[in-house]
Design a protein. Structure first.
Length: 213
């Protein structure tokens, strides 16, 4: 075993599930058109695309070259492809709600249903990844190969993306996860997150936890 730390993978998976739960709750409460719905969707969609793109280019092919259980890698790639229709359905529902092309109640109901379906599909994929693929990462990947996967995500994010990514990632995370994530990033990132990025994120429109949650 390589001892590779996969904390970020678990943190990202948690953040995806948290976001979709929040979107479904907002839509279930009748909100399909607020600025927070649209802004939250654009943020979620971008981070999911970056995460899956980096896996498709810098994770699965590297493991496949090492002959690391090809059936598992096939499953990961197939699940990525099948999620596209669910992602598109949420995007169409967000667009419809924002455009006011249907009644408010109908738009919110459609968005809630689409978000719940994506949450189920993405949740199952993340669970499969954690149970089947991450053990292969820890067994077959070198530290340099794992670092290259992280570097590709940082490249796709860019500095502006990182400024949104870290407060999004830690929004609602428990104290232990926050400690683990912030413990492996450079000190300047911790300072920027605390004093610049997080305050800016909290002022911006976003998906919010239901009151009392």
């Amino acid at each position: 075993m390589s001892g590779i730390d996969v904390t970020f993978m678990y943190a990202v998976h948690d953040a995806f599930q948290r976001d979709l739960d929040r979107l479904a709750a907002m839509a279930g409460g009748g909100d399909a058109s607020s600025p927070g719905v649209q802004a939250g969707w654009e943020r979620f969609k971008r981070f999911l695309h970056i995460h899956h793109t980096a896996e498709d280019t810098h994770l699965w092919p590297v493991l496949r070259a090492k002959n690391a259980v090809p059936a598992v890698l096939d499953q990961m790639e197939d699940e990525h492809a099948r999620l596209e229709a669910l992602i598109d359905a949420v995007g169409e529902a967000v667009s419809a709600g924002s455009a006011g092309s249907a009644g408010a109640a109908g738009s919110a109901e459609r968005l809630a249903l689409s978000a719940e379906r994506l949450a189920d599909g993405l949740g199952a994929h993340c669970e499969h990844e954690e149970q089947l693929a991450l053990p292969l990462v820890q067994e077959f990947l070198s530290a340099d190969e794992w670092s290259a996967f992280g570097a590709e995500q940082r490249r796709l994010l860019g500095l502006k993306g990182a400024a949104a990514f870290f407060p999004w990632l830690l929004d609602g995370a428990d104290a232990d996860m926050r400690r683990k994530v912030l413990g492996v990033v450079p000190p300047p990132v911790r300072v920027l997150h605390r004093y610049v990025w997080s305050p800016r994120y909290r002022r911006a429109p976003r998906w919010r936890a239901p009151v009392g949650a």
